[in-house]
Design a binder for this molecule. Structure first.
Ligand code: ADE
Length: 228
């Protein structure tokens, strides 16, 4: 997969992309992430990318010119057309189902905005789908884009050491994940459930499924409603 990110702050992405699973996935050629600075496509001497809103009001709006020029440049970097996603709190809510859907694409083009928002002609002209990572307002789309990259890359074949690891993740079956334990067997008086030490894989699988259902009912009953 190739992921292009259009942003005014490429440096926001550098640390998360340079460690752990995301680093390994790039080193192994499972994903290529290319950051492009929208400001490089500003046309005036001040490298201006935002301006006051027509009609008045607080804050600044991202100008269409630099974003269009940046997008047109990025699109030509690869023959794959790509799925174009604008990060905005006005978008459809990102979830595990969406992560799975995006993980099947060959190319994503993520556009992160700053300031009070994008000039409306950016959304219309680029025919971009809008995605939000939750009902709260961030200072910009960068962290939202990073969340999407993280959630999508772990689903790419080979990205996790163990092929099965993502299958049991919370939400992947519409349920929270079952409880996990590792050594020691007893910690501060709390014991690992006997069933996990029994070696009976059928019973363990059954217990885990029950636990997943129980926790979901207790902590996130909305997930059970959603799957009906
Ligand atoms: N930009 C600002 N807030 C956002 C959010 N919640 N999701 C995606 N992009 C954003």
């Amino acid at each position: 997969m190739r992921i292009d990110v259009l942003t005014l702050f490429p440096q926001v992405f550098e640390s998360p992309l340079s460690c752990s699973i995301l680093k390994r996935a790039q080193d192994e050629g499972i994903v290529e992430v290319v950051l492009t600075d929208i400001r490089d496509f500003a046309t005036d001497n001040y490298r201006k990318v935002d301006d006051k809103p027509y009609g008045g009001g607080p804050g600044m709006v991202m100008m269409p010119g630099p974003v269009f020029a940046c997008f047109e440049h990025v699109q030509k970097l690869s023959p794959e057309k790509g799925r174009v996603i604008l990060l905005t709190p006005q978008g459809q809510r990102f979830d595990q189902r969406k992560a799975t859907e995006l993980s099947k694409e060959r190319r994503l083009i993520l556009i992160a905005g700053r300031y009070e928002g994008f000039d409306e002609r950016i959304r219309i002209g680029l025919d971009a789908e809008q995605t939000s990572i939750g009902d709260y307002v961030l200072n910009g789309g960068e962290l939202a884009a990073m969340v999407i990259i993280d959630a999508v890359v772990r689903l790419l074949p080979g990205a996790l050491g163990d092929e099965d690891s993502a299958k049991d993740d919370s939400f992947s079956q519409g349920l929270l994940e079952y409880p996990q334990y590792t050594r020691p067997e007893v910690f501060r008086g709390m014991k690992v459930p006997d069933i996990l030490l029994s070696g009976d894989h059928g019973k363990i699988a059954e217990w885990r499924k029950q636990q997943a259902i129980e926790r979901t009912r207790k902590w996130r009953p909305d997930l059970l409603e959603d799957s009906k």
